[in-house]
Design a protein around this ligand. Structure first.
Ligand code: NIG
Ligand code: FE
Length: 418
């Protein structure tokens, strides 16, 4: 048994009340000016004011003490929506987009997601593993200690299973928690262009049973959008996913309001993601059903779209989470500090609300709140040391990561902290 006392820290953590933090609770942060964190066997044994934590160590003094020099400590970031398993970047496409070609038009012409499908189908499994590992390590160095990764660039059973295998290998290779999601319905492959229902049949009758049998994926996701999967098709796929035991989430109302947010409420999805175009009525239904709104401001940034109306969502009682959406097309960033900064500056979250969104509510969006997302006794000791006085540093020190220490299960996994 090794115990470590991290002391001389300004600690900030959201409050876990057993459900995602919504409305005013989104801004509820507990903090200690002269805080201490006691870690035992990779778990948090105690957290709080230095004197209170020390009082608990009188009979068992810690094996070691680490002075954090008055720096700020927050829970490790949970990134609950990424497409980090890809074979190639799409830099030329980015240049087309900033010159004015819309994202969905590039996809309609057979580029975008479909160009990632071509490169991943051609990629050797080891090369795909190496590329994915590199992307995940970049995320970890920026403070991500738990990350979701979707399949979805295979669009056929063999390659979707290959992607999930690669994601599982990455999970074994890194100390971060990696959560695999099956996104077979990410685009209509060119072979099915004229008959998208036949592709939906394939997802439901061939891919989903194979994915369930493989046993790696924990969630099923669908890109519900004009020109991609309709509400009816999305409902069909996600209902079938629930039947094989997967929890569900969806890319909802990213470009057009098809009613994806309402469908998320109807299906008791764990989260609905993007929500740039959702109607107030459907957001109210999400609040009612306790569906987490997973917001991806780096995508609005990269697509030059208006940001999701996070303030309205919080006012409506929808719990808000944040994610990078890291992918080679609509949002190429691994950086949760960037996403938190954007959420404060462009979506007007307070730093406290943004902290909850990037940790606790993100953990709920992955059904992992029992282990991660806040600094509470008995959760994993996943925490970050920031070079700053408060979480506001994430927005204030723009374009730079203030994350200097990254700890997962009590072990330092990245960062330049001594
Ligand atoms: O969340 N919208 C669909 N999927 C991703 C983009 C994937 C890609 O362009 O490769 C998204 O934005
Ligand atoms: Fe996405």
């Amino acid at each position: 048994v090794t115990t470590t006392l991290y002391r001389n820290a300004r600690i900030f953590t959201p409050v876990d009340n057993g459900k995602p933090a919504a409305g005013k609770n989104q801004a509820k942060i507990t903090s200690w000016e002269n805080g201490a964190l006691l870690v035992k066997n990779g778990q948090i044994a105690a957290v709080g004011d230095d004197a209170d934590v020390r009082a608990q160590t009188v009979s068992h003094p810690p094996d070691q003490e680490v002075d954090l020099g008055g720096r700020c400590v927050i829970p490790g970031f949970v990134d609950p929506h990424t497409h980090m398993c890809f074979a190639e970047r799409r830099e030329a496409e980015f240049e087309q987009r900033i010159a004015g070609t819309p994202y969905m038009e590039i996809l309609a012409r057979g580029g975008g997601i479909l160009s990632s499908v071509r490169s991943i189908r051609a990629a050797d499994e080891d090369a795909l593993f190496a590329m994915t590992l590199r992307t995940v390590r970049t995320a970890m160095a920026l403070g991500t200690t738990t990350v979701e990764i979707k399949s979805g660039y295979g669009l056929d059973t063999t390659i979707e299973l290959k992607m999930l295998r690669v994601i599982a290998r990455v999970a074994e290779a890194v100390p971060a928690d990696v959560v695999p999601t099956f996104l077979g319905a990410h685009a209509i492959p060119q072979e099915f262009r004229e008959n998208s229902d036949a592709f939906v049949d394939l997802v439901v009758s061939e891919m989903l049973p194979a994915v369930a049998e493989q046993g790696i994926a924990r969630f099923c996701d669908v890109f519900c959008e004009t020109g991609v999967f309709s509400i009816e098709q999305t409902r069909r796929i996600l209902s079938a996913a629930k039947e094989v035991g997967l929890a569900v989430k969806l890319h909802a109302d990213e470009v057009n309001d098809l009613g994806g947010a309402g469908l998320a409420a109807e299906l008791s999805a764990v989260s609905a993601d993007h929500l740039l175009a959702s109607s107030p009525e459907n957001l109210a239904r999400m609040a009612e059903a306790g569906v987490v709104a997973n917001l991806l401001p780096a995508t609005a940034y990269s697509l030059r779209k208006p940001y999701a109306r996070a303030r309205d969502m919080i006012a409506a009682g929808v719990p808000v989470a944040l994610a990078t959406d890291c992918n080679p097309g609509s949002s190429y960033t691994e950086s949760m500090p960037f996403v938190v900064g954007l959420s404060v500056m462009a979506m007007h979250l307070t730093p406290a609300e943004a902290l909850t969104a990037a940790t606790l509510n993100a953990a709920y969006a992955l059904k992992l709140s029992d282990r991660v997302g806040s600094l509470d006794a008995e959760k994993q000791a996943d925490f970050l040391v920031l070079d700053g006085e408060s979480p506001a540093i994430l927005a204030y020190h723009a374009g730079v990561s203030p994350v200097v220490g990254i700890f997962k299960g009590g072990k330092k996994i990245a960062g330049n902290l001594e």
